[in-house]
Write a protein that binds this ligand. Structure first.
Ligand code: KIV
Ligand code: ZN
Length: 519
């Protein structure tokens, strides 16, 4: 088990577990590995790679992350039962450094209504789970779910016992985002002061953002409560209003080191690429005014501010854009760039494609794009790779071609050719606009009956030459999935996004149990 200095705040990233619990954010194994490699470049201390018992897909993804990542500790979530813990241990077997994170709800509401267990039963199960987990590793995290709304006396009893049983990190979740910074900080301090063996564990905060205070609560947990681990996600991804956002925590601790006097090991220059990668893979767009990673976070639009920044940067800037990895869109490759230059750029971007055939496939797509668009940026390359990965699993429907017609005063129509298995099918449909006509034409073939929850279009770089990136979110039979499609033609990008979402609905490996919903 790794040991940290008392002035270091351990950054525990849960983008791949709690972030992924956000409806529509589920990721494939390959996508998780790409994000995990990026998190390692970002130098996060712990990566919660998933919840092994939730599905065979999650189990395999954790195994693959363990094989790919060597520097960060890899963690799997497990409910407080032997089966989940054994499954987590099996998935983590190949990790250089591993952690099992086990949890059980401790609030009266959750114990009575969700678990239907008495406090004594929960107490016994928590101890049993931690003791059992200790057979597999010495790095054990325990979370009393809905901890902030739990009775402090009961919490003290449980936490003291699980530390005695071998828990090395105690995480206090504000599962429903109910906390207020000062109160949450005091809550943690109070627990630490009352529990006799509290100094034998690292204390951790895990705050949801329902009242927009996830980051503030986490910082109060650190500053007032003395916590030395923060659980967070890239872009604050997560269910409902999301989790504490990693980039805001890291930059608050770094920028206000004068106040916190604490250290974080994260390489902040990797923040923007991590944010872009997570956004592109999940289809969860970052709002322009989001702190640190929003497109406007360092843009000075007002004349007074521009003038000030030109005279002396720190008049209006407390962080430097380049310190968090912002750089002007760079033209990285063009039509004449060869396969080696392309491969090298992939490496620099941290993308390692599995086989030479995958590199050839991506290179062919790059050449096609370079014919359509003279300047190719990093964002374009990332989109090519994301699409390639989406389509590896997207066997059910494949995009072959699209034509559409729209003219002022006429109802637009679209004709789409799709391959499904051995067959190529053609359908034509009308719609309110070319996108609507295209999606109607796809639905005529797919007959999915899925409900469209979200349709959004973004330019991935600047200028009208940019590729359009479309996100489609579909719901069917209690499942919610996202599909992302990229193309210089936004109607084609829409078709690709819709097909990617349909293919995910068809993919059984995307079905998984939600840890906190399950009894
Ligand atoms: O929010 C929560 O309570 C959790 C726990 C499983 C740590 O995610
Ligand atoms: Zn959570």
């Amino acid at each position: 088990m790794k040991h940290y200095k008392s002035d270091q705040v351990i950054i525990f990233d849960t983008t791949l577990r709690d972030g992924e619990q956000s409806p529509g954010a589920s990721m494939t194994k390959e996508e998780k590995v790409r994000i995990a490699r990026q998190l390692e470049r970002l130098k996060v201390d712990v990566i919660e790679a998933g919840f092994a018992a939730s599905s065979p897909g999650d189990f395999e993804a954790i195994k693959a992350v363990c094989a790919a990542v060597k520097d960060s500790t890899i963690c799997s979530l497990a409910r407080a039962n032997d089966k989940d813990i054994a499954r987590a241990a099996e998935a983590l077997a190949g990790a250089n450094s591993k952690r099992i994170h086990t949890f059980i709800a401790t609030s009266a509401l959750h114990m009575e209504k969700k678990l239907r267990m008495t406090p004594d039963q929960v107490f016994e199960q928590a101890i049993r789970a931690v003791s059992y987990a200790r057979n597999h590793t010495d790095d054990i995290e325990f979370s009393p779910e809905d901890g902030y709304r739990s009775d402090p006396d009961f919490l003290c009893r449980v936490i003291e016992a699980v530390i005695k049983a071998g828990a090395t990190t105690i995480n206090v979740p504000d599962t429903v985002g109910y906390a207020i910074p000062e109160l949450y900080g005091q809550f943690i301090l109070n627990l630490r002061q009352r529990i006799p063996n509290s100094d034998q564990a690292v204390w951790s905060v895990h705050c949801h953002n329902d009242l927009g205070m996830g980051v503030a609560n986490s910082l109060a947990g650190v500053q007032i409560g003395g916590a030395r681990q923060v659980e967070c996600t890239i872009n604050g991804l997560g269910e409902r209003a999301g989790n504490t956002s990693l980039e805001e925590i890291v930059m608050a601790l770094k920028t206000r080191k004068d106040y916190f006097k604490l250290f974080v090991g994260v390489d902040a220059t990797q923040i923007v690429s991590s944010s872009k990668m997570v956004s592109q893979i999940t289809g969860f767009v970052v709002q322009p005014n989001k702190a640190v990673v929003g497109a406007n976070a360092f843009a000075h639009a007002s004349g007074i501010h521009q003038d000030g920044v030109l005279k002396a940067r720190d008049t209006y800037e407390i962080m430097r854009a380049e310190d968090v990895g912002w750089s002007a869109n760079k033209i990285v490759l063009g039509k004449l760039s060869g396969r080696n230059a392309f491969k090298q750029r992939l490496q620099e971007l941290g993308v390692s494609l599995e086989s030479e055939a995958d590199v050839n496939d991506a290179f062919a797509k790059f050449k096609t794009l370079a014919d359509q668009k003279s300047e190719i940026f990093d964002e374009d390359i990332m989109a090519i790779v994301s699409n390639a990965e989406q389509h590896q699993e997207a066997d059910y429907f494949r995009f072959i071609s699209l034509s559409q017609r729209s003219e002022t005063g006429e109802r637009p129509s679209a004709k789409i050719v799709l391959r499904s298995g051995e067959n190529e099918n053609v359908t034509t449909a009308e719609g309110n606009g070319p996108v609507d006509a295209t999606l109607n034409a796809i639905e005529m073939q797919a007959k999915s009956g899925a409900e469209l929850l979200l349709y959004s279009v973004n330019a991935i770089t600047s200028g009208t030459e940019s590729q359009g990136e479309v996100t489609v979110r579909l719901a069917k039979g209690g499942r919610v999935v996202n599909g992302v499609g990229t193309d210089p033609d936004i109607v084609a990008a829409s078709a690709k996004a819709y097909l990617a979402a349909l293919n995910r609905l068809h993919d059984p490996s995307q079905e998984k149990l939600n840890a906190q919903m399950a009894p």
